[in-house]
Write a protein that binds this ligand. Structure first.
Ligand SMILES: Cc1cc2nc3c(=O)[nH]c(=O)nc-3n(C[C@H](O)[C@H](O)[C@H](O)COP(=O)(O)OP(=O)(O)OC[C@H]3O[C@@H](n4cnc5c(N)ncnc54)[C@H](O)[C@@H]3O)c2cc1C
Length: 326
């Protein structure tokens, strides 16, 4: 355990790292991995190591961890299911935090005909969709096939086929970077396309969703239709991160990239999908640099031909070689 009174260890020094590790390893409800490759934790299967990979099982562990990281001046970022991130080949200098344990819980309420679920940020969205249907709670069907966590979906304002999570959010619970609790009601939030605009640094811990009573047969039919649509239009078989670029107003990134003749374009081991031009697939062994190179090429070609600058939808995590970045 760190004895801060006796020894002063400069931030970033080997001694400070040892103190931090010792401190982290003593926090109940926290699993610590050092120099952990991030590729297995992303849907793209790409990404170098995180200095610290911290899996946090409860609120007490979360606040203790945040306090320790803040005290040592350690950078950190959150990772959900890693289905909307591109992690750099160099990885993350600092800590990657992943919620688990009690952050996967959900509490279903049905009061006076009002259906609600309070759900932990680490709960899998597809799992929540299936459970809602089973219980006859409607409103989440649109999210079938979005392979993230509830926290990731909230941050990204995930949506599909005309619906977005913002339509069913009632309240968000979280903590600030220093571990202070924050609660935000829907009325105070300003969602936009693929963004929830939460106060910078908010760590989402729980989301309350407002659903309605639904007919199981109807919900199952809708879900089957959406699954069929996805199967027809999206690549399968190779790791990917879903849509790489946001749709520009009034148009579709996939349409523009296809119109630029880029379907099937390969850089290294990354390819613009033949099935859907807004998807980049990892053919096996692709690097983050391959994907970045392909994204930049698509961006330049679309801008050259159509004077539209595509903006990435995937979030970039980690340390990038200087000069790169969109
Ligand atoms: C095959 C496929 C299909 C997809 N289809 C869709 C689709 O139809 N619609 C759609 O919107 N998206 C889609 N996506 C993208 C992705 O699944 C969603 O954006 C999803 O909501 C991301 O959740 P995640 O848990 O994977 O987040 P991550 O990718 O892990 O993280 C995304 C961002 O959220 C932050 N974050 C994660 N958890 C927290 C938290 N608890 N607190 C604070 N910040 C947090 C991360 O730091 C990062 O900035 C698809 C992806 C794939 C691979």
């Amino acid at each position: 355990m760190r004895d801060g009174a006796a020894v002063i260890a400069p931030v970033g020094s080997e001694m400070a790292e040892t103190f931090l590790l010792e401190e982290l390893r003593l926090i109940p409800g926290l699993r610590v991995k050092v120099n952990e490759p991030l590729a297995p934790y992303t849907s793209m299967k790409i990404g170098g190591p995180a200095d610290y990979f911290l899996t946090i099982s409860d609120r007490a562990a979360l606040s203790q961890t945040l306090r320790a990281l803040q005290r040592e001046g350690i950078f950190f970022c959150l990772l959900g299911k890693g289905s909307n991130v591109l992690v750099s080949d160099l990885g993350v200098r600092g800590a990657v935090l992943r919620l688990d344990g009690e952050f996967k819980q959900r509490h279903w309420h049905m009061e006076e005909g009002k259906a609600r679920v309070s759900v932990g940020a680490a709960c899998s969205l597809p799992q929540l969709v299936r459970e809602a249907v089973k219980r006859g709670f409607s409103g989440l069907e649109f999210a079938e096939g979005i392979p993230g966590t509830v926290g990731g979906a909230l941050v990204m304002n995930a949506g599909a086929y005309g619906s977005e999570i913002e339509k069913i959010v009632e309240r968000v619970e979280g903590v600030t970077r220093s571990g202070e609790p924050v609660g935000v009601d829907r009325a105070e939030m300003a969602f936009s396309y693929r963004d929830s605009h939460l106060p910078a640094g908010t760590i989402v811990t729980e989301v309350r969703l407002r659903l309605s009573r639904g007919d199981a047969a109807e919900m199952n039919l809708k879900i089957r239709e959406l699954v069929a649509k996805r199967k027809k239009s999206q690549p399968s078989g190779h790791p990917n991160s879903g849509s790489m670029f946001r749709n520009p107003p009034g148009d579709f990134a996939g349409r523009l990239i296809e119109a630029a003749g880029l379907k099937g374009k390969i850089v290294g081991r990354a390819e613009i999908s033949e099935r859907h031009a807004n998807f980049i697939v990892n053919l096996g062994g692709a690097s983050a640099e391959d994907v970045r190179g392909l994204m930049e090429f698509a961006q330049q070609e679309v801008e050259r031909r159509f004077s539209i600058r595509l903006q990435p939808e995937v979030r970039w995590l980690g340390e990038w070689p200087s000069g790169s970045g969109m």
